[in-house]
Design a protein around this ligand. Structure first.
Ligand code: SF4
Ligand code: SF4
Length: 97
């Protein structure tokens, strides 16, 4: 999702392609379109847009995805504040945590 992104290189999202059966659930549930299917397997196409909500991991039938909001920063406030700041033409001010 353009203009609604997380800190670069901080997402803990991991995908085990070996375990993937290509069901497409991750692509369906991800609000930021992080995944696509390529040759019957999921692929991460935009890791830095992941906000660590955990929906993909929760809906993967083979535990091919690992992401735990409790392990990472998981701070949706940062994303929302950055987005609002950009709309207002100001510099992002962090999350306030
Ligand atoms: S944790 Fe949420 S935002 Fe990140 S890839 Fe999974 S569904 Fe998408
Ligand atoms: S939900 Fe899991 S098994 Fe299904 S496509 Fe995504 S990674 Fe593969």
């Amino acid at each position: 999702m353009q203009g609604f992104r997380y800190l670069d290189d901080t997402a803990i999202l991991r995908l085990s392609v070996d375990k993937c059966i290509g069901c497409g659930n991750c692509r369906l549930v991800c609000p930021h379109r992080i995944f696509r299917l390529q040759d019957g397997k999921a692929e991460i196409v935009d890791r830095n847009a992941c906000m660590e909500c955990g929906a993909c991991a929760k809906n993967c039938p083979t535990t091919a995805i690992y992401v735990n909001p409790d392990d990472g920063c998981g701070c949706a406030a940062y994303i929302i504040n950055s987005w609002v700041a950009r709309i207002r033409g100001k510099a992002p001010s962090g999350c306030g945590c």
